[in-house]
Design a protein around this ligand. Structure first.
Ligand code: AMP
Ligand code: MG
Length: 273
């Protein structure tokens, strides 16, 4: 598995009309091996990610923003748990975006988002994001059409500004199909430890599957840019999803050409009594 293969298969080129029916959520073609081998490969990448994150933190120069979006049960939480397993929590932050509070609603929709973006040396993972404002908001008509229609361009401009000011942005849409969602929601009902993840409202959202897919297609078609690309990650197989995302993160961080800060002079002569 290498970056070029992944980019060719899963990265959405700017201004490309996306039809999600043509993207196989069960694809695992960029890796030549089974689940066991895939998990081993992901573990190796995870160790590499630990070191790269430490370097990012130590250098204190770059900022990395990772956006995760998916349908309910699409695997956002599992991705964060697995891909960042063992990574030093200092310097890595997860920002989860729920239904906006009254205070957040009193501001423009990017207000709460901007506050959570990474500073130098930081990695921030968005568990849901500003894209909810053209997804759930669009599907449920929470604002007028002309208001959400404008937001695609606003989002592109917002991300461009972040990128030009030194933020590396990666956006992952975890692509599952409706059968897979059914299985995962059913598991949340069947397994007591998972009950807390089930909300009755999830069924109403599931009934809106086609509307959500259309809203995602608009997002992917209109907001993937060179500076802030979308990747459509086949996510029916959790091991493959984790592997592809880990590989993209490692390749991206390696591409940043980071260095540990210059050590103070004369360290070699120091004797600690
Ligand atoms: P969960 O991720 O399962 O905790 O659910 C969070 C809920 O908040 C989801 O149903 C999202 O669609 C919803 N949500 C997130 N952002 C927004 C937003 N900007 N407007 C309305 N609902 C939102
Ligand atoms: Mg939920």
């Amino acid at each position: 598995m290498n970056n070029r293969t992944i980019d060719n298969r899963y990265r959405v080129p700017p201004k490309t009309k996306i039809d999600l029916d043509k993207w196989d959520p069960a694809d695992h073609s960029a890796f030549d091996g089974d689940k066991d081998a895939g998990e081993k490969a992901a573990n190796k990448l995870n160790k590499r990610l630990e070191s790269l994150q430490e370097l990012l933190y130590a250098e204190g120069k770059h900022k990395l923003l990772i956006v995760l979006q998916a349908m309910d049960a699409g695997g956002k939480d599992g991705t964060i748990r697995h891909v960042f397993d063992g990574v030093n929590p200092q310097g890595v932050k997860v920002a989860s975006f729920k239904q906006p509070t009254p205070e957040e609603l009193a501001h423009d929709y990017l207000w709460r988002i901007h506050k959570q973006t990474p500073g130098r040396g930081e990695i921030v993972i968005f568990n849901r994001s500003h894209y909810e404002d053209v997804l759930v908001v669009r599907v449920h008509n929470l604002v007028a059409k002309d208001v959400w229609q404008r937001r695609y361009d606003q989002i592109v401009a917002f991300e461009k500004r972040l990128a030009e000011e030194g933020t590396t942005i990666l956006k992952f849409y975890l692509h599952i199909d409706k059968d897979e969602q059914k299985e995962r929601l059913q598991a949340r009902l069947d397994e007591p430890d998972k009950n807390w993840k089930f909300a009755k409202g999830d069924l109403a959202e599931r009934a809106l599957w086609p509307q959500y897919q259309a809203a995602y297609e608009a997002v992917l078609s209109r907001t993937s840019t060179e500076l802030a690309p979308w990747y459509i990650i086949p996510a029916n197989r959790k091991w493959y999803r984790n592997l592809v995302i880990s590989q993209i993160l490692v390749d991206t961080l390696e591409g940043l050409d980071m260095h540990f800060p210059q050590a103070e002079e004369g360290l070699a002569e120091i004797v600690i009594e």
